[in-house]
Design a protein around this ligand. Structure first.
Ligand code: XMP
Length: 330
């Protein structure tokens, strides 16, 4: 007679047993459902001895860091530190066009920042009486990730490098704690709802670790990031407004990185082309372009993006499936 409520109680007891009553735990959060649910479980189990860290890498969605801070710290009571490292990330990304190089830069910079923060938290923790050292690293690994890392060694595994925190716990000499490793995505959502996490967070579309950097073809400049963020905000808010959000598995607006001409007022604009994507998938290994939008609706949303986001000349909607395309552009 397995219920979510019983899972929460059992998992909290297991975490308390593992961690004991002094040791501390650190973990990265992104605002996505997995890391939020994992963080909320830790907070319930050990309160402020769990330290959540969010790194603003400058290629998040518009206002994402502020929203995650409000949701997790104020809304869910999680002991959260947000680090604004956007200048460092964008500086290291300047002049880089190769997608895998972008991923490496973002992954490595993330590790640098996270390790520094872990050291800072550890140093602060040494001086308190009620808590001990940071000994554990929280990871929101799900059951399908466990399976994939055991059995998925096919050629496509090397097409893209998907892991953001690879090797971090070993490097930092921390033990791994994975409270979601027996759960599927739908169970993680149910668990989130059970613990009072709002629907917006529970049903959030996944967002890649390298963020908008792989949604801008070519060089990632601050202006292109702004354009992608503003266009994405309009795209996603229209999708939510029209109640397509839950039927879509992942949607985003990207910058194609080649310019086109438009006329704005009586001025000729040589501007960016926005690429809109929305897909339906169950496992993210194959995906279909979402097809329930009417052309009329798409035209209205395109018009809004072209008119409201400065620097945009054109807007296009992608209809390619995966395979042969992928979900992301790069
Ligand atoms: P593709 O583009 O391979 O994407 O069809 C499949 C899923 O993986 C996500 N994705 C990533 N996630 N780091 C991540 O954390 C990455 O480098 C990365 N590349 C793709 C993508 O958003 C989709 O959900």
């Amino acid at each position: 007679n397995w219920t979510m409520g019983a899972f929460v109680d059992k998992e909290i007891a297991r975490i308390r047993g593992l961690v004991g009553d002094k040791a501390q735990v650190i973990g990265a959060v992104s605002g996505g459902v997995d890391s939020t649910v994992a963080a909320k479980l830790m907070q319930k189990a050990i309160g402020d001895r769990f330290h959540a860290v969010m790194v603003d890498n400058g290629v998040l969605r518009l206002n994402e860091a502020i929203e995650v801070e409000q949701n997790l710290r104020e809304g869910l009571g999680i002991n959260l530190t947000v680090i604004d490292a956007s200048k460092l990330f964008l500086g290291r990304l300047a002049g880089v066009s190769d997608p895998e190089k972008k991923r490496k830069i973002i992954g490595n910079t993330f590790i640098d920042i996270f390790q520094d923060e872990a050291k800072r938290i550890a140093a602060a923790a040494e001086n308190t009486e009620r808590a001990g050292k940071i000994e554990w690293f929280l990871q929101g690994t799900l059951y399908p990730d466990v399976i994939e890392s055991i059995s998925f060694k096919g050629p496509s595994a090397t097409i893209k490098t998907h892991h953001n925190v690879g090797g971090l716990p070993e490097k930092m000499d921390l033990k791994l704690i994975e409270p979601l490793r027996e759960l599927f995505k739908d169970e993680v959502r149910a668990l989130g709802t059970e613990m009072g996490i709002p629907d917006d967070l529970v049903w959030r579309h996944p967002f890649p670790g390298p963020g908008i950097a792989i949604r801008i073809i070519g060089e990632v400049t601050p202006d292109r990031v702004r354009i992608a963020q503003e266009a994405d905000k309009i795209w996603i808010s229209e999708i939510k407004e029209a109640e397509y959000y839950r039927a879509i598995s992942q949607a985003y607006a990207a910058v194609l990185g080649v310019k086109a001409v438009a006329v704005v007022g009586d001025q000729r604009l040589h501007g960016e082309i926005i690429h809109l994507r929305a897909v339906q998938t169950t496992d993210f290994m194959t995906a279909d372009a979402f097809e329930d939008f009417s052309l009329k609706w798409l035209k209205r949303v395109s018009g809004r993006i072209a008119n409201e986001v400065s620097g945009v000349a054109r807007v296009v909607y992608e209809t390619t499936s995966k395979p042969p395309a992928t979900i992301e552009l790069e």
